[in-house]
Design a protein around this ligand. Structure first.
Ligand code: ATP
Ligand code: MG
Length: 383
């Protein structure tokens, strides 16, 4: 319809080009997995490029682990195909699959030292002793655990155990590394540090990585691209910023980050903008990008909290604002979250930089205020 739709389309094309089916390293085609009557994975198609770090994201039970287990060859698809490096996974015997999976619990052997844990898989494969020694040393070096080689797992912190588990996966030199909730055992602070470490390590080795998480921040920080899943289906695929800035549905908008969602109807459709009327707002919404559809079409408009201004002064524009009352101000450190209740009862959330609030005259609890946003800040959602 207009400039941003074009940006959207070209970004989508670029995202698709990074993993077109021609050069995709992992190709998932129409995969369905049923357990009895229930469908855990419902017709998923997805391409993942070589050396990509791809995240599967979604709420509990949406089918993430099941899809990952199929990539690992631990489950067989009810229908559909999975190709890794051009080969049909189902036709490869397990030992020829170039895949390694790191499980939700790291499953380190408690009675073995760190180095014996890491060496275990290679020994089973009958790799010569000298080579095992070298590869284990390299892997431990990579995850910066060389000086803990002789320790037992219970003598390590959670983050250290996680790195040993990663070394144990990488030492086998898989082409495809699968991580199921790799950080779930770690507390928040260590988690954030470990996320960056993990990305650095993965970038150093020649590996393609698919990671499952239900933590959207984790997926946003770590992944090159991500897929948002719901009830066994993929809702949206894109880079973290594409999915955040251009959610394709109410589900994506609310799942990735938080958002203000206004329900309304298209009342005017011009080449470079649309107008939407919502019962929640006294002014019309002027949105500078979106979709073309018949007048009267119901749409959702998503406006991210950091795009919403809260002022005492009435905005100088005819659209995109509403009167309200501050019902809550939560100081979060570098920013503060404002809750502003509109006359109709809807609460609009705004994320304001705390330095801005140092100004005298910053709105406070119980103040009469205006919330407003720019025409480019609204994203039109039809799904
Ligand atoms: N072996 C099984 N037999 C029957 N149902 C199963 C089996 N494994 C998974 N399911 C069901 O399939 C659905 C998807 O499960 P899955 O483990 O893939 O979810 P998930 O997205 O990984 O969730 P979580 O975030 O909680 O780990 C769930 O409804 C689950 O109960
Ligand atoms: Mg799971």
């Amino acid at each position: 319809m207009n400039s941003t739709s074009q940006v959207n389309a070209s970004e989508a094309a670029r995202a698709a080009a990074t993993a077109s089916s021609r050069d995709a390293f992992v190709r998932i085609e129409n995969v369905v997995k049923k357990f009895g009557d229930s469908t855990a994975v419902n017709n998923v198609s997805l391409n993942i490029a070589k050396n990509e770090l791809f995240a599967l994201l979604g709420s509990s039970g949406c089918g993430k682990s099941t899809l990952l287990r199929m990539l690992a060859g631990l489950e067989t698809a009810t229908s559909g195909k999975i190709y890794v490096d051009g080969e049909d996974l189902a036709s490869l015997p397990p030992y020829r699959r170039p895949v390694n999976m790191m499980f939700q619990s790291y499953a380190l052997f408690p009675h073995m030292s760190v180095e014996t844990n890491v060496a275990f898989g290679l020994k089973q494969e009958g790799v010569p002793k000298n080579e095992i020694k070298e590869r284990v040393a390299d892997a431990l070096n990579l995850v910066q655990m060389s000086r803990y080689a002789k320790r037992k797992p219970h003598q390590l912190s959670g983050g250290q155990q996680q790195r040993v588990a990663l070394a144990r996966s990488l030492v086998k030199r898989p082409k495809l590394l699968l991580l199921d909730e790799p950080m779930s055992a770690l507390d928040k602070k260590i988690r954030q540090k470990t996320q960056l470490e993990l990305v650095n390590i993965i970038e150093k080795v020649d590996v393609t990585c698919v990671m499952v998480t239900h933590d959207q921040e984790e997926a946003m920080t770590m992944a090159n691209r991500l897929a948002v899943m719901s009830e066994g289906r993929i809702v949206q695929i894109g880079s973290p910023s594409e999915v955040y800035e251009f959610p394709n549905s109410r589900f994506s908008a609310e799942f990735i980050g938080s958002t203000n969602l206004f329900e309304g109807k298209v009342v005017e459709d011009e080449p470079d903008h649309i107008f939407v009327e919502s019962e929640d707002l006294e002014t019309r919404m002027y949105v500078s990008h979106g979709v073309t559809g018949p007048l009267g079409m119901p749409v959702g408009i998503s406006v991210r909290p950091e795009r919403v201004r809260v002022t005492r002064e009435k905005p100088g524009t005819a659209n995109n604002w509403a009167r309200g009352v501050v019902t809550d101000v939560a100081y979060m450190g570098s920013y503060s979250l404002y809750h502003v209740r509109l006359p109709g009862g809807k609460v609009v959330v705004s994320n304001l930089s705390s330095s801005h609030l140092m100004n005298e005259g910053a709105p406070a609890w119980n103040d009469d205020v205006y919330v407003s946003w720019a025409p480019s800040s609204g994203v039109v959602l039809t799904a």
